[in-house]
Design a protein around this ligand. Structure first.
Ligand SMILES: Nc1nc2c(c(=O)[nH]1)N[C@H]1C(S)=C(S)[C@@H](COP(=O)(O)O)O[C@H]1N2
Ligand SMILES: [Mo]
Length: 329
């Protein structure tokens, strides 16, 4: 029997929660002080009473050192990093919960082995990758990216991951491939909120081919050098730092090269509010709230102006020359 739960609110009726870090997290951040170093954050995470997860994910083994030109390429930033504890306790992952402070607990038991990612469509060598072969076969890189949610909060997250261009190269895209489509796992037994109608399932997303091949585009496999925890999209999720967070589809099982623009979950749910491109743009407001400012979550919260392309204009603006960004929001 299907029981209607309070989460079954259509996407179009969901208003963004105001930006806040929940009280408990905030108090713990206070204890951590300004350092916010990974080990400190992890210690807090481990020792938190009633913690949703009692041990942090395993260290990744195949991670490269940051490259020399990392700052110019946008691969790193000297901005204050958001502590691990804050990144992993304030999440959007509607398959588990609509409550950002409750996703970690709701997703704590999510089993991500075995896990396969199939890559197919318009390519010469379609392939089904076992996640552990992906992790061993492709070197992961550290990328410290700004992350901007359309709800006007932001973080600075040290991801680890595989550049999507490297994974796509392995399947040899055909010249007819113009877009890449992504799909999250569909399994209501493991993702309980898929029994509800808050969004059409599975969550789907898409990129233009040139966006997918951009060096900034990452298939993230970790945070702070450790495997992704469930709430952040284990075992593998997309990160496109110049776009709003909802493009960063989590727990991916399928990637398809295609010649037509793929459907995107939030775009289908509320096309007037969420476009296909979703490039961070302080000049184009969301119908219900401004995008000019954001609240940065670190050890404190500060309100700051939002930057065009989330500060990655030097790297990505050329992808959109000649495109009306107001129409193609
Ligand atoms: N499958 C899936 N992917 C998803 C979402 C989701 O609900 N389901 N939420 C998106 C939104 S709105 C944001 S802001 C980011 C949040 O990522 P984080 O929780 O790791 O910060 O994940 C995105 N990816
Ligand atoms: Mo978001």
């Amino acid at each position: 029997m299907l029981i209607k739960n309070p989460d079954d609110v259509p996407a179009s009726q969901i208003t963004p929660e105001s930006s806040y870090v929940n009280r408990r997290t905030f108090m713990r951040l206070g204890v951590l002080g300004a350092s916010g170093v990974a080990t400190g954050a992890l210690y807090q995470y481990l020792s938190k009473p009633g913690s949703a997860q009692t041990k942090p994910p395993a260290m990744l083994i195949n991670v490269a050192a940051t490259t020399q030109n990392a700052a110019q390429e946008g691969f790193t930033t000297s901005e204050i990093k958001t502590p691990y504890d804050a990144i992993t306790n304030y999440n959007n992952f509607y398959e588990f919960s609509l409550d950002k402070g409750g996703v970690a607990e709701a997703a704590a038991g999510f089993v991500t082995r075995p896990w396969q990612v199939s890559i197919g469509g318009l390519c010469a060598k379609p392939k089904v990758f076992d996640i552990d072969d992906l992790l061993k076969g492709f070197q992961q890189e550290e990328r410290i990216y700004r992350m901007r949610c359309v709800e006007a909060w932001s973080m600075v997250i040290p991801w680890d991951g595989i550049p999507l261009q490297k994974v796509l190269a392995a399947v040899e895209p055909l010249s007819s491939a113009r877009f890449v489509a992504f799909e999250t796992l569909l399994d209501p037994k493991r993702m309980p909120n898929q029994n509800g109608a808050s969004l059409p399932w599975p969550y789907v997303e898409g990129l233009r081919m040139d966006e997918a091949l951009h060096p900034l585009t990452l298939l993230a496999t970790g945070i702070y050098g450790r495997a992704l925890p469930p709430q952040d999209g284990a075992p593998i999720r997309l990160v496109t730092p110049w776009k709003y967070g909802f493009k960063g589809i989590k727990s991916i099982v399928k990637i398809t090269l295609t010649d037509t623009q793929p459907p995107c979950t939030w775009n289908i749910s509320a096309p007037d509010e969420y476009g296909f491109y979703a490039n961070v743009n302080p000049q184009v407001d969301h119908p219900r709230w401004t995008q000019s400012y954001e609240t940065r979550h670190t050890t404190t919260q500060d309100r700051r102006p939002t930057l065009m392309f989330n500060g990655y204009a030097d790297q990505v603006a050329s992808l959109y020359s000649g495109l009306d960004l107001r129409k193609n929001f």
